[in-house]
Design a binder for this molecule. Structure first.
Ligand code: FE2
Ligand code: FE2
Length: 316
């Protein structure tokens, strides 16, 4: 098994200071051929060591998890703690499937607007293929775990359709949405890999982190290349949209779906203690957005009008 990716691999960074955006995109495309994974060929789903055991204590949420840190969670029997921990993972994977579905549909729409010869076309198709494999592996996990995934409401469906449209009308805003989802997931997965987790989860995280490094790199560099050339009105939309999109995305990725609270009868005050008022959760949201927040500063879209929104939504 290959070494665990703990930071963005060197090859995802610009090799020379003067590497242009088209050169970077071409290099990411080549890496998509030499370093990529298949949801079934590269995960030994039927190996007994990779079986999902509801009672495996390694599923437990740790002290660094907002719910895992509560007295209520710690007072539950070990089997319930393990089951809740696994259920939280199932929910993250299902949300991942939904997010990547929106992302892939947006990427394919974006690709169709590119002129012949644009290097982004090939790269974006590589990314769509990788996201499809991620969705397959996440859904396979959800299927095998046999725990109820979160519901997908009408609001989420409508929001998804809007995001997909923006990929063609306002791609800079779309790639900000991409970072709003991918950065918090990447942050949580890197943190998870620092502790002992079941082998199946470890393998999935390794694959995901490795391929996401390219996706994050492309989205960041796309924004760095394009945002400085946007007109005044679009820059204002980016400035106001950034805290709204990032706050909503980070919460979607990091807050517990209602199905978990309902299934284990978690008291309302415990959910509030952990997620509404909890210091661990608030710090988690802020930390998970640190890189994209720094990028927004670099892009000069944290304007005087937008700053109060960043603070109010607790993403700054
Ligand atoms: Fe992914
Ligand atoms: Fe991705």
């Amino acid at each position: 098994m290959e070494p665990e990716p703990t930071t963005v691999p060197d090859e995802e960074r610009r090799t020379v200071a003067r590497e242009t955006f088209p050169e970077l995109v071409a290099r990411l495309s080549r890496l998509s051929v030499t370093k990529h994974y298949d949801a079934y060929a590269d995960i030994p789903w039927d190996d007994p060591a990779y079986r999902i055991d509801h009672d495996d204590p390694l599923w437990q949420a740790g002290d660094d998890h907002p719910l895992g840190a509560t007295d209520w969670y710690k007072s539950q029997p070990l089997a319930i703690r393990s089951r809740i921990g696994l259920h939280l993972v199932v929910c993250s994977m299902q949300i991942g499937v939904e997010f990547e579905n929106i992302l892939t549909r947006g990427l394919l729409g974006f690709a169709m607007n590119l002129p012949v010869g644009a290097p982004e076309f090939r790269y974006v198709y590589h990314e769509a293929i990788e996201e499809s494999h991620h969705s397959l592996m996440f859904r396979e996990f959800v299927n095998r775990a046999r725990l109820e995934p979160p519901a997908r409401g009408a609001l989420k469906r409508a929001a998804g359709r809007r995001v997909i449209r923006q990929a063609q009308r306002f791609p800079e805003l779309f790639f900000l949405f991409v970072l709003g989802g991918e950065d918090p997931i990447d942050h949580v997965q890197r943190r998870l890999l620092r502790r002992e987790v079941p082998p199946l989860l470890r393998r999935m995280m390794q694959i995901h982190i490795t391929e996401e490094a390219r996706h994050l790199c492309f989205a960041r560099e796309y924004l760095r290349t394009r945002v400085p050339h946007l007109g005044w009105w679009r820059r204002q939309m980016m400035a106001i949209g950034a805290p709204l999109i990032l706050g909503a995305m980070a919460r979607e990725m990091l807050e517990p779906p209602a199905v978990v609270a309902h299934t284990y009868a978690i008291p309302r005050h415990v959910i509030n203690e952990a997620f509404r008022d909890g210091a661990i959760h608030r710090a988690g949201v802020r930390d998970s957005l640190a890189k994209v927040r720094a990028l927004c500063g670099e892009l000069d879209i944290m304007t005087g009008v937008a700053r109060p929104l960043w603070r109010r939504l607790e993403v700054a």
